[in-house]
Design a protein around this ligand. Sequence first.
Ligand code: MIG
Length: 654
Amino acid sequence: MITKYVYGDPLDTGAITAKVERAARVEHFAVEEGADTISFSCPLGPEDIVYGLGETMGKVNKRGGRYISFNTDTAEHEDSNPSLYASHNFLIAEGAACFGVFFDTPARVTFEIDWQGSGEIRVVCDTKDLNLYQIENGSAYAVCRDLLRAVGRCYLPPLWAFGYGQSRFGYMKEQDFREVADLHEKNGLPLDFICMDIDYMDQYRDFSFDPKRFPDIEGLVRELKERGIHLVPIVDAGVKVEPGEAVYEEGVAKGYFCRNKEGGCFGAAVWPGMTHFPDFLNRKAREWFGRQYRFYTEKGIEGFWNDMNEPAIFYSEYDKGTKRLGMLLELLGNMLFKKGQKEKKKQELVRNYQSFFHDADGRRVRHYDVHNLFGAMMTRASGEGLERLLGHRYLLFSRSSYIGAGRYGGVWTGDNTSKWEHLMLNVRHMPSLNMCGFLYSGADTGGFIGDCGRELLLRWLAFSVFTPLMRNHSCKGTKNQEAYQFGDPAAFRTIIRLRYRLLPYIYSEYMKAALTSDLYIKPVAFLYPEAKGIEDQLLVGDSLMIAPIVREGEVQRQVFLPEEMTMVIYDGEFRCSPCPAGWRTVHAELDEAVFFIRKNKLLPVGKVISNTREYDVENLALLGDGRTYELYTDDGLSLDCTTANIRTLVKEEC
Ligand code: MIG
C-alpha cells in the first residue's frame, strides 16, 4: 500500500505515475521543519536492515553510511564520497517494522543511516517542498515491488542491447571501429555493439560526425549492421555555442536553453568549450532535443549513451579568468593539494548551479533546487524522442539519473577504476539499482580508469554475464582492454559466449520483470530470509543464484546455499551437479564460471552464437530439476511487449 504526504508546493518530478492517495500523517518518522529544510528521523533496531538508495557508495545494507543526493561527476568511487552521479531517494527498512519511503524532491537530500552508531535513520531535505511517498508491506521485496508499480513500466531495450558491447574513450576514426569488429570476429568473441565516445564528434559537438575521420558514417553503420553489430554514439548534455549551427541557433531562438541570472542563455564550458544546457525540465525543450536524435536515426543508428548530464561543468561564464589553461593548472593543483582544491571546486560548482534557471513548464526554478532531476529529464527527452523517431525499441543508458528515469532508459555507473573493490561495488550496485526501478544497468566492465589485468577482466566479465548491460569500457591512455588484448583469448571466448548461451534466460527474465514490476537482480535474502546479510551472492531472475569470485588470486570461494540447488560449472559445457544446502566451497578457474539453479527451477540455454542476429529459441536445453519454464519471446524490437508473449516450456523426463 502506497500513500503520499505533501509538504509545500512540490514540483512534479514525474517519478511516480500511479494515482496515489494522500496520507493523513507521516508514519514511522518524527518530522522537524527548519527554515529551509525538512528533517525526518526514525529509530532503528540493532538488527534492522536498510536497503535502497540505488547508485550510492557503501554496501547493499546502507547502515553505517552517510549519503548525499547531489548528482556529481566524480571518479572517486570510495566510501568517503557521499555523492555519485544519481539520486535515488528511496529506502526500505526491514526489521520489527517493514516500510519504504521515497523522498521525492530534486533538491539536495542527506541520508544518515545509523551514521556513527546513531541507531537511527536521519534524512534532511534541503527544501520545504516535498512529496513523501510511504509504502507499507510485509517484506522489503514486497515494498520494492510496490514502488516499481507506482513508478510505472520499466524501460524495455531491444534484444541486441543484451548482447556484449565494446567501448573505449579513444576510438578515433572509422577504421578503429572496423578493427574492433574484425578482431572480435577473428578471435571468436561474440559482439553486438560498439560504443562511440566523444571523439566521433566534430569539435565535440552533439549531432555531428567529424567529416575527416568519419567520411562515410552511413556506410560504416550499414556495413557493421550487416555483420550484426550496432554503433552506439555518446551524446553529451551541453550544446556547443556555435553561431551558424542549426541546433544551437534554434535552441537560442526558441528559448530552449537554461537561462543565466541576466536572462540570457547560461554558458558552461564542457568538452566542446562553451555550451548551453537544454532546459530538460521544459516539455517543449525536451521534445525539441528528442527530435534532434533524427540526425542519428536517419543514419541507421538505434542506440545511445547520455553523458555529462549531472550536468558536469568544467567552468562557467561566471568563473572569471578560468579558461582551459586554468583548468589544467587546477587539475595539477588537484593532484598536489588534493583536499583544499576539491573543496574549492565543489563550492564553485554549487555557485554555478545556483546561477542558472529553468522554465519548468511555466514555473521559473533555480537549477540548484532541481539539480538532481536534470539527467533524468535528459533521458526522458531522448527516450521519448527515440520512440517517436524509430517506432520501435532503442538502446539508451545514462550516467545521471533520478527515480522514474528507469522508464525511459538504463544507467551505467560512471567512471570506476580497474580494481577489485570496484568489481565488488558493481555487485552491490545491481540489487540497489533494481530496487529503484533501474533494471537495465551495468558498470564499465574491467574498470574505466587505470590498467586492467587479465585476471580482473575475466572475473569482471564472469559477473557482467548476468547484468543486463554488459559493456567493456575504458579510458583514453589506459592499457587496451578489449577481450583480445591479453594473449590467448580462449578464456574470454568461453565467458563471453556463456552470456550468449544464457540469453534466452537473461532476456526472458528481464522482460518478465519489467512487465510485471519485478526486480531482475535482487539480494538472496529477498527470497531466503536465512541469507540475511549476504551481499556477495545475488538472485538473478527467478531461477538463478550467482556467487561471483571478486578477489584477486582466488580460484575458490565460500557460498551459502539456503536450500539444495544445482551447481553449474561452465567451461564451454554446462556441468551440473547437485549441491546440498549450507556453506559450500566452490571452485572456478579463470576460464570457468560457476552459478546455481534454484530447486524446482529451470534454466533454458541456447547454442553458441556470434551475436543476437543468430538468436534462436527453438532449440533450447533445459537445465535444472524444475518441470516448466516460462519463456518470454518476441521479435526483440517491436513495442508490443506483453505477458502474452510468454510460453511455457516443459522439461521432458529423461
Ligand atoms: O569527462 O566521454 O563517464 O564513460 O568515456 C569525461 C569521455 C567524459 C565520462 C564518461 C566516460 C566517457 C568520458 N566521459
